[in-house]
Design a protein around this ligand. Sequence first.
Ligand code: NDP
Ligand code: MG
Length: 392
Amino acid sequence: MIRCNLTILGATGTIGINTLDVVAMHPERYTVVALTGQNQVERLATQCRQFKPRYAVVTDTARAQELRHLLADTETEVLCGERALEEVASLPEVDTVMAAIVGAAGLKPALAAARAGKRILLANKETLVMAGRFFMQAVRRGGATLLPIDSEHNAVFQCMPEPYSGDFATHGVRRILLTASGGPFRTRPIETLATVTPDEAVAHPNWVMGRKISVDSATMMNKGLEVIEAHWLFNARADQIEVVIHPQSIVHSMVEYMDGSVLAQLSNPDMRTPIAHALAYPDRIEAGVPWLDLPRLGQLSFETPDTRRFPCLALAYRALETGGAAPTVLNAANEVAVQAFLDRRIPYPAIAQTLERCLDRLGDRPAEELDALVALDQESRAYTAALIAQHA
Ligand code: NDP
Ligand code: MG
């Protein structure tokens, strides 16, 4: 058994909490070196009291002061700012980094972990969507190890041959089949989607997740981002990745081989399974997840997604096929549009409409430099915000 020194970026989020839940079950294996959060200072303080990390990080000065006050009688040192996120992701004493910040804010710390050659448990899919080429390059150059946390990609990782060379043909792999639950609006009459509320959109039938990713599940943009994520993680072309709706969320994804075999990974829909898999890899540890009871489930069903119902999925394929910076533009526009929907500034169908207009305007830009991508991310956000202002 290898002891593991962990930094958890985004410890106060859904993935962070689930990670600490698994870590708490195996105190002999894991030492928590750093925990980070953003707004939930009290939760972060409670986590620090339980796991006794050397560092705790928040990005805002006032919140850092509050956290220092809450942790005054402990050994935990409170650091502040975006640079501090990069620092705790690359500390020499840390070997494993859980990258679970939501959105584009997760990119720089994940890159820092890659450059420092860490074992990265990657939940923040936006890192790959925004800057996949640069991130994968940093992983290779830094000698980092990448283990996917996203349940679909973790499933694909488990169904791929080991070691996977990055070449489908070498291993006789034909396609990746990514499963999707279809979210809360899978069977709702399409004409009624214009009036759905944020609360209806975040009420996911199978998973409890952060609000942004829950809306992404309703629009199936989440699956679209995952198609792009799979492209980078497994070196798969758009036409080698198929999305299959599977409402029960038991089969988390599949790999199809040339001889007709399809390998699948099944488990209850609980993120502690992929988290425990990646934390312990190549060992296996208990995750606290109930055992799968297939007879009780009775049926597993599959359908093809309808892109009239889920236009965001088609937009993601379009961005992947366009290549260059199109996925960066899509991801940035999506973050802004989803927030506007959550704030009730735009109706649900306007999310996809806004993304399409943003891709039309900015989607054909090249992606030569990381700095240019970050600038384009900002430009896409500003353009999307301007489009949204027209709705007001
Ligand atoms: P949450 O919104 O629950 O948590 C996000 C975390 O990031 C919190 O710790 C939050 O801090 C922190 N954070 C937010 N904004 C910033 C910022 N600007 N700078 C620094 N930290 C910040 O999200 P999830 O845990 O659901 O998702 C995390 C990532 O994992 C996402 O990329 C998501 O796509 C991916 N993922 C999630 C899955 C899930 O089941 N939840 C499944 C697969 C992937 P605070 O809460 O203190 O404000
Ligand atoms: Mg997923």
